[in-house]
Design a protein around this ligand. Structure first.
Ligand SMILES: *[C@@H]1O[C@H](CO)[C@@H](O)[C@H](O)[C@H]1NC(C)=O
Ligand SMILES: *[C@@H]1O[C@H](CO)[C@@H](O)[C@H](O)[C@H]1NC(C)=O
Ligand SMILES: *[C@@H]1O[C@H](CO)[C@@H](O)[C@H](O)[C@H]1NC(C)=O
Ligand SMILES: *[C@@H]1O[C@H](CO)[C@@H](O)[C@H](O)[C@H]1NC(C)=O
Ligand SMILES: *[C@@H]1O[C@H](CO)[C@@H](O)[C@H](O)[C@H]1NC(C)=O
Ligand SMILES: *[C@@H]1O[C@H](CO)[C@@H](O)[C@H](O)[C@H]1NC(C)=O
Ligand SMILES: *[C@@H]1O[C@H](CO)[C@@H](O)[C@H](O)[C@H]1NC(C)=O
Ligand SMILES: *[C@@H]1O[C@H](CO)[C@@H](O)[C@H](O)[C@H]1NC(C)=O
Ligand SMILES: *[C@@H]1O[C@H](CO)[C@@H](O)[C@H](O)[C@H]1NC(C)=O
Length: 622
């Protein structure tokens, strides 16, 4: 029997323990804490109708990057030139003056490299591991301009993509005024509560769920469908967005209004989401489902099928055939920041209910005297589903996927888009297609990325280490006719990854540009491996005390720097060589001897060894 809405909302499992459930109404106003961030100031979590501007918003075709990106890149280009000079002021290549090389080529806008940085999904563990690499590359981190360090690489980077758990980290930086990892560790990130479901330490669980349900109600009352990332994303807000009420009214498009972002102080943030046909919502997306990206300005895909982008700020508006009909009004506030990260990490459709698995896992870790665990799990599961069912008028399941309702691509490109007749677009976790490192935005040839630093925290071996699957999936997708303007270097099969140890430490792919039929980036693969900490923590874990949190981040830092050069004193040189490799080709510069040695050591040379590998069981290296 389906409970009525009011019963469902009153049936918070925590009421069992507490006297009467006190549901604190969410404070639906902006307190101006993030005064730079234009909140959806009118109405808290609920999207609102606004008068359309005179130039009514429309869907643009995907034949080029957006005009906003184009003009932003001009500014970023100046910053990355300075970044490269900062980087090569301390990273040396023997018998080659890299700093002078950069200085002598900075006038020509196409000579110097365009760098991409991508961090994978894999729950909070992936967010922390990705944060470690980001911290190592960020010259704002103390000590990163010294020997064996890589500070300035982030300042030299143009694009930063993330998905799923990785998007929680990306959001932590960009939604919090372009803060740093050190600042997050010292002043905000707190994962010490029991789990994500019990709410942050600053409030009771009852209060937490009271806030969530009130907030989500507001969206429903405004006439919008709600789906699981509304709940999941609102939960994340309290852990990752340093603002009142978990950033209830902060939109993703507000990043574009941030001064530091407008000054192009950090790379362009790109979040990946996967499409999924509604009929198949219980399965993982097939290779042909769209891969979407969210920039601070737009949501859409370069895939041949939809091949269009919607203005992010106006998501929630009823577009028909790419236009807003005269009788329709415009909508603001649909692109709530948590809704974006919540969709990118929406694994509710996988294996039954994976988010419930997170809860079960966390409950299993609790001390034995919390025996109400099982009941609590059932209770929460029940409430989450009931909230969603009760709020939506039909029983057509909205549990299991993200509803982008209305579909901004309704009747758009009907000849090629399988979604042109769908009133609602269905999305799931950005890593569910197997491409768990968000390469897709970085391999669009329109973006001319030369080198991608790929941090992989996938849990694809039996004991939760990455094994290269994500590269194989990215490569395979680049070969089929789904996104015809993408390219990825050749990579071997997964067995070869394990047999040659390509997942046991850094390895480079696509080093030899002459061996490529179409230009593709060089990929610097940085698989998670245990240098100072057993970082193969399950993606289901959402509880870390401050020590464990920092140990995870430091291991990620050590992977990126190869333990500050302890594992290879030439590592920073080799990173510098990877950065400049395509630039050397363009400027017809003789590859320095030191770089040739690096490439011999780190580049996959085409060898295949596909026999069944022994189990991969690394132990802590240092
Ligand atoms: C955001 O960061 C910039 C640069 O660090 C700083 O000047 C500004 O005061 C910050 N804004 C807020 C509201 O914290
Ligand atoms: C979090 O917000 C508080 C209050 O605005 C601010 O003092 C602090 O620096 C912020 N922390 C981070 C990591 O942004
Ligand atoms: C690439 O995709 C676009 C958009 O779907 C299409 O117009 C074009 O014909 C495609 N080109 C090739 C070579 O497939
Ligand atoms: C690079 O690839 C080209 C074309 O396949 C090949 O002729 C050349 O030997 C390769 N260079 C190296 C260093 O492997
Ligand atoms: C922090 O967590 C780690 C790993 O779960 C555990 O070994 C350690 O004892 C904890 N430390 C504290 C102070 O609770
Ligand atoms: C490398 O340097 C960082 C930053 O100083 C430090 O946290 C880390 O422990 C160092 N790694 C090793 C293996 O000493
Ligand atoms: C290529 O790599 C394999 C294994 O990593 C190695 O055994 C082989 O000698 C290398 N071949 C060349 C030509 O360098
Ligand atoms: C060179 O290109 C061929 C053909 O695409 C491919 O099979 C081979 O693996 C590539 N070699 C390397 C080292 O990437
Ligand atoms: C982590 O990996 C080690 C081997 O490298 C393995 O013994 C351990 O069970 C793994 N941990 C988890 C949680 O799977």
């Amino acid at each position: 029997m389906r409970l009525t809405e009011s019963i469902a909302l009153g049936f918070l499992p925590f009421a069992i323990a507490s006297p009467a459930p006190v549901i604190k109404p969410a404070v639906l106003r902006s307190t101006g804490l993030n005064s730079w961030a234009p909140h959806n100031a009118h109405n808290g979590y609920a999207p609102v109708n606004v008068t359309c501007p005179i130039n009514r918003p429309s869907i643009r075709g995907a034949a080029s990057i957006s005009p906003e990106e184009k003009s932003w890149l001009e500014k970023r280009h100046e910053k990355t030139n300075s970044g490269l000079k900062q980087f090569f002021s301390h990273v040396e290549i023997d018998d080659f003056d890299a700093l002078s090389y950069v200085e002598s080529h900075e006038e020509d806008t196409t000579d110097l490299p365009i760098i991409g940085f991508a961090i994978s999904g894999g729950g909070l563990a992936a967010a922390l591991n990705g944060a470690g690499a980001f911290k190592a590359f960020d010259s704002r981190t103390e000590g990163t301009l010294g020997k064996g360090q890589l500070g300035g690489l982030l300042q030299s980077t143009t694009y930063f993509s993330a998905l799923s758990g990785g998007s929680w980290f990306l959001g932590s930086i960009y939604i919090n005024n372009l803060t740093s990892v050190t600042a997050l560790q010292e002043g905000f990130w707190d994962f010490s509560s029991e789990n994500f479901f019990s709410g942050p330490t600053s409030m009771t669980t009852t209060e937490f769920w009271g806030n969530l349900t009130t907030q989500i109600h507001a969206k429903k009352d405004a006439g919008f469908s709600v789906s699981d990332p509304d709940i999941w994303g609102r939960m994340q807000g309290y852990y990752f967005f340093n603002a009142s009420d978990g950033g209830v009214d902060i939109t993703w498009s507000s990043i574009a209004k941030n001064k530091g972002f407008q000054e192009a102080d950090l790379p362009l943030p790109l979040v990946v989401l996967d499409g999924q046909s509604f009929a198949d919502v219980e399965s993982d997306p097939t290779i042909s489902e769209p891969i979407y990206e969210v920039t601070p300005w737009e949501f859409g895909t370069y895939d041949n099928s939809i091949y269009g982008f919607a203005p992010l700020e106006y998501l929630g508006t009823r577009f028909v055939g790419g236009k807003v009909p005269d009788n329709e009004t415009c909508v603001h506030g649909f692109d709530n920041a948590g809704f974006i990260t919540g969709t990118s990490s929406d694994i509710w459709n996988e294996d039954g209910d994976d988010i419930i698995a997170i809860l079960e896992y966390e409950m299993s870790l609790l001390s034995p005297n919390t025996t109400s665990g099982a009941e609590e799990i059932e209770g929460i599961e029940y409430v989450m589903k009931e909230v969603i069912y009760a709020l939506n008028s039909t029983n057509a399941t909205l549990v299991g996927a993200s509803a982008f309702d209305p579909n901004p691509f309704y009747q758009y490109n009907p000849e090629t888009s399988p979604f042109a007749q769908d009133k609602r677009l269905t999305l799931v976790d950005g890593g569910e297609d197997g491409q768990n490192v968000p390469f897709n935005p970085l391999i669009q040839r329109k973006r001319n990325v030369d080198v991608i630093f790929a941090v992989d925290s996938a849990r694809t071996t039996g004991n939760l280490w990455p094994n290269g699957t994500t590269l194989v999936d990215a490569y395979e997708r680049s070969l089929v006719d789904l996104a015809n303007d993408t390219s990825f270097p050749s990579v071997p099969d997964v067995n070869t990854f394990l047999n040659l140890g390509l997942n046991a430490g850094p390895s480079f792919f696509g080093c030899n540009a002459s061996n490529l039929t179409v230009p593709a980036p060089l990929v610097v693969y940085l698989p998670n491996h245990p240098i100072t900490y057993m970082s193969n923590v399950t993606e289901l874990q959402t509880h870390y005390n401050a020590t464990a949190r920092d140990d995870m981040i430091t291991n990620g830092f050590n992977v990126a720097t190869q333990a500050n050069g302890t594992l290879d004193s030439a590592w920073t040189t080799c990173v510098g060589c990877a950065v400049l490799s395509r630039s050397f080709d363009r400027t017809k510069t003789q590859v320095p001897e030191a770089c040739t040695r690096c490439f011999e050591r780190y580049c996959w040379n085409g060898t295949i060894d596909s026999h069944t590998p022994a189990p991969y069981e690394p132990s802590i290296i240092l």
